[in-house]
Design a protein around this ligand. Structure first.
Ligand SMILES: [Ca+2]
Ligand SMILES: [Ca+2]
Ligand SMILES: [Ca+2]
Ligand SMILES: [Ca+2]
Length: 280
């Protein structure tokens, strides 16, 4: 009897709670299909072992995006190579002639693989973005797009192996670690301020979103009853991305009645003004 029970435990399928199941799978960003925890394959979901392994497994590549895969340098471990986009491969896959990072950063800057540069029609102090388009070399990998095609901030132009006190942006350029998680994007792609780069770092405080308050001056427009506002210490306000309908009461409203609060606490459109109605 006991032997039978023991065998049943051995051959019974593993049963996971919903929460346990979900941490074993990654939902591709553009997928809306629910997961079937008993299935071997779920369209639009991948096993966690395929998350940030250098290869696109989600059709939209979201399992290898910098949002999903970039890490703070202090969280990276030895004996692995971190693709510029954040995926992790083993050290011996670096410069082995095979493309293991989907963007090819593991095969950039390898000795003996550099090809002759294309003919440059620009001056020595310039780089060529495309035939006939030249920029100063100072614009090369300076975290601002200067070429019309962005070549000056591309992986092929900017990739370098970063020193230990540096962080690699998604396009390969390195910035100093003290620019990380300071609430100011220094990488052109904002990789230095990504939530998964910064969240576990001691002392990190993301810049809070700012709300937008109702104007206090009497003759300025006020939130009307269509506005879902909040109140703190008698002051009405909305959170970013919340729409507001303004009213001037008995006065005329000049400008846009509807507005939206932006992430930095400013209004998307200029505030309307209230003008007294003329008496006939
Ligand atoms: Ca993958
Ligand atoms: Ca390789
Ligand atoms: Ca540039
Ligand atoms: Ca920064």
């Amino acid at each position: 009897m006991f032997r039978y029970l023991f065998l049943c435990v051995l051959i019974a399928p593993e049963v996971f709670s919903k929460a346990e199941c979900e941490i074993r799978w990654f939902q591709c960003t553009s997928n809306t299909r629910p997961i079937n925890c008993d299935a071997e394959v779920n369209e639009g979901w991948i096993r966690l072992s395929k998350l940030c392994d250098g290869n696109w497994d989600c059709a939209d590549g979201s399992d290898e995006s910098i949002m999903a895969c970039k890490l703070h340098p202090s969280l990276q471990v030895d004996h692995y190579f971190y693709c510029a986009s954040g995926g992790v491969i083993t050290d011996n896959q670096r410069c082995d002639g095979n493309r293991d990072c989907w963007e090819g950063s593991d095969e950039l800057g390898c000795q003996g693989t550099s090809r002759a540069p294309p003919p440059n029609t620009c001056r020595d102090s310039e780089m060529e973005c495309r035939p006939g388009e030249c920029i100063s070399v100072e614009g090369l990998c300076n975290h601002q797009v200067d070429c019309s095609n962005g070549r000056d901030e591309s992986l092929s132009e900017c990739f370098e192996e970063c020193d230990v006190d540096h962080f690699q942006c998604g396009y390969g350029a390195c910035i100093k670690n003290d620019l990380l998680c300071d609430n100011k994007p220094d990488c052109l792609d904002g990789a230095d301020e990504l939530w998964n780069v910064c969240a576990d770092i001691e002392g990190y405080k993301p810049t809070p979103y700012r709300n937008c308050s109702e104007p206090l001056v009497k003759l300025e427009p006020k939130f009307d009853k269509d506005t879902k506002y909040h109140v703190a210490r008698g002051q009405k306000y909305v959170w970013p991305n919340e729409p507001v309908h303004f009213t001037c009461g008995w006065n005329n409203l000049i400008g846009s009645e509807w507005n939206v609060c932006q992430l930095d606490g400013t209004w998307h459109k200029p505030l309307p003004s209230c003008v007294s109605r003329k008496r006939n």
